[in-house]
Design a protein around this ligand. Structure first.
Ligand code: 13P
Ligand code: SF4
Length: 354
């Protein structure tokens, strides 16, 4: 829907008043009304790098979700302030791994006698606490655009990987990109004693997958893929690796949001695409490429926005920018120094991946 012209004008005026003091980052899943004010857009990896590359900005306004703002705070200098326009913009997947649960898991791995062989690899979509755990235990962070490189690195450091918190990205990368089999993977359920696994199962596994998932990408099914192939002959199915393994296995192309955009940019006129990722992005791409004769549809019949990404809307952005322009620092996201130092270690290992 078109943005309210009054709010657009207020956002523009507040941003102009702030000038170089503010830098606005927008994740690809953000609403159009917010994206129009982003100085840069990107996937989680690109935005983490872009935040770190803006030392002159006093305020980094992060239009995305909580874990992204935390990562930006970790990667920027102490006098830069990272602001999340709505503090309720969390991520249900990141919430599926708490510090206590992960500490308990490490005890289980220790009991099974394998902790020394295990390297943690945590998806960007995790709290700063989980990133700190990862850094402390010699592991790295990954995003959907560098998961294979992160796993290659991890298997040079140890024999097994504990992959947190997205089972699907972990499984898809192991099986699709690393040539492992489904039997090399076990699923650790934090709600069951010992993760629901025996010590033998843990010892035999190469990939210990945390039982987390994205509720948005979890909606796509094998039926969604089969239906769209029937509806649109010749369609290319392009999905995000947070989708279930069966969906990824049936798709033609798999990659991060940035990869999805690049693939569509390079696609020939007349080509047809069904995209399995968040709806704000898919609609924006469908509109953008319609003139070039590329037909782009959403993979599923029912809509699926990320409800927490959608919490950042134009009214929240206007309130944030106007507050900052008046000298009121609102909604700052600040990671405590101890957590930050270990989390930074894990993030820097990711940024240093070949
Ligand atoms: P990317 O933008 O890194 O592909 O991440 C997708 C996502 O779910 C972010 O929350
Ligand atoms: Fe979290 Fe999924 Fe939303 Fe990304 S799309 S923020 S992983 S719930």
């Amino acid at each position: 829907s078109p943005s309210d012209p009054d709010l657009v004008e207020r956002a523009r005026a507040a941003k102009e008043k702030l000038g170089d003091k503010v830098f606005v980052l927008g994740h690809h899943y953000q609403r159009d009304e917010v994206i129009q004010f982003a100085d840069v857009t990107g996937d989680s990896f690109k935005l983490a790098r872009d935040a770190a590359a803006r030392p002159e900005a006093e305020y980094i306004v992060f239009c995305g979700v909580h874990f992204m703002a935390e990562s930006a705070d970790i990667l920027t200098s102490d006098d830069q302030k990272v602001v999340l326009p709505d503090l309720a913009a969390g991520c249900s997947m990141a919430d599926m791994a708490t510090a206590e649960q992960v500490a308990e898991c490490w005890d289980v791995l220790t009991e099974a006698g394998i902790a020394e062989q295990v390297v943690p690899v945590s998806y960007m979509n995790s709290s700063a606490d989980i990133k700190a755990f990862t850094g402390k235990h010699g592991g790295t962070i990954c995003t959907s655009s560098n998961a294979k490189r992160a796993l290659d690195w991890a298997f040079e450091q140890g024999e097994k990987v504990l992959f947190l918190p997205d089972q699907h990205l972990g499984r898809n990368t192991a099986v699709r990109d690393m040539g492992m089999s489904l039997d090399d993977c076990v699923l650790y359920n934090p709600h069951k004693p010992n993760g629901g696994l025996t010590a033998e199962e843990l010892r035999a596994a190469k990939m210990i997958l945390w039982r987390g998932h994205c509720s948005v990408h979890g909606r796509f099914s094998l039926d969604s893929v089969n239906d769209v192939r029937e509806r649109i002959p010749g369609v290319n199915v392009l999905v995000h690796p947070e989708c279930k393994h069966e969906v990824v296995a049936a798709a033609d192309y798999v990659g991060s949001t940035e990869y999805i955009i690049k693939t569509l940019e390079a696609a020939p006129a007349g080509s047809k695409w069904a995209i399995g990722t968040e709806l704000n992005l898919v609609r924006r791409l469908a509109n953008r490429f319609a003139d070039e004769g590329k037909e782009i549809v959403f993979l599923d019949k029912t809509v699926c926005f990320c409800s927490t990404m959608n919490r950042i809307d134009l009214p929240h952005l206007v309130w944030t920018l106007e507050s900052l322009a008046e000298g009121n620092l609102v909604n700052r996201i600040e990671v405590d120094p101890e957590t930050e130092s270990f989390a930074k270690l894990a993030l820097e290992r990711m940024l240093a991946l070949p």
